[in-house]
Design a protein around this ligand. Structure first.
Ligand SMILES: [Zn+2]
Length: 223
């Protein structure tokens, strides 16, 4: 299980202090989401129990889940997680490592990565969301990234990158499913025994990131 980075901790602590991350409001879950929603989240099993308990305690009594490694990160504009890319190459190298032709897979890893870019995970996820909404007749989509996330670490995405991708994902989904409400949550494992789920608004978060841009750049340079 990964640990939250010093940078992500500092950014998230400030976001909580500045109230752009708010505690999840039980009333809003019930009035805005009618207590039900389609959750797009990361498959990380270490955090599932905590998020499930939390959402249930906040009144989300009925939900359908579209889970994958990294969850909605793949839906963000130009997300590095939108395709298999180098994961395909790593997989082929793994599959052929005991064979005499394993060296060919290693030699062609760049080409295999390019082929991996054609396998679009975001499209698979969009189709899963579309079908899930249709089958379960749900009016609310909940996007819930989490920190620390293994896939975010794999692609070197800090929490600001993650938030930007999720905000972009929300806009994309709103265009595809204009009649659905989209709620943004984030689960944080503070790595000190404390785990929390927060709610945020896309517009407020975007403005806050923009206002604090130079602060975050300085902080990153110092770490
Ligand atoms: Zn994850």
């Amino acid at each position: 299980m990964g640990k939250i980075t010093v940078f992500d901790t500092a950014v998230l602590e400030k976001a909580v202090a500045d109230r752009v991350l708010e505690t999840v409001d039980r009333e809003k879950i019930q009035t805005e989401a009618n207590g039900e929603g389609l959750l797009v989240g990361c498959a990380d099993g270490d955090q599932r129990g905590d998020t499930e308990d939390h959402l249930k305690s906040k009144g989300l009594h009925r939900r359908h889940e579209v889970l994958s490694n990294g969850g909605a990160l793949s839906l963000g504009p130009k997300s590095p997680a939108r395709s298999l890319n180098r994961m395909l190459s790593e997989f082929v190298i793994h599959m052929t490592k005991e064979t005499w032709y394993g060296w060919i897979a290693r030699l062609l890893s760049g080409v295999i990565t390019m082929i991996g870019c054609l396998f679009r995970l975001d499209l698979v996820q969009l189709i899963q969301i579309h079908k899930g909404l249709e089958l379960k007749r749900m009016g609310v989509i909940i996007l819930m990234p989490h920190v620390p996330c293994g896939v975010a670490a794999y692609y070197n995405l800090d929490v600001i990158d993650q938030l930007r991708l999720i905000i972009g994902a929300k806009r994309r989904l709103k265009k595809i499913f204009p009649d659905k409400r989209i709620m943004l949550l984030i689960h944080v494992d503070w790595s000190n025994g404390d785990r929390r789920t927060y709610r945020f608004s896309a517009a407020a978060m975007e403005a806050w990131i923009s206002t604090n841009h130079s602060l975050f750049t300085t902080l990153k340079a110092r770490l």
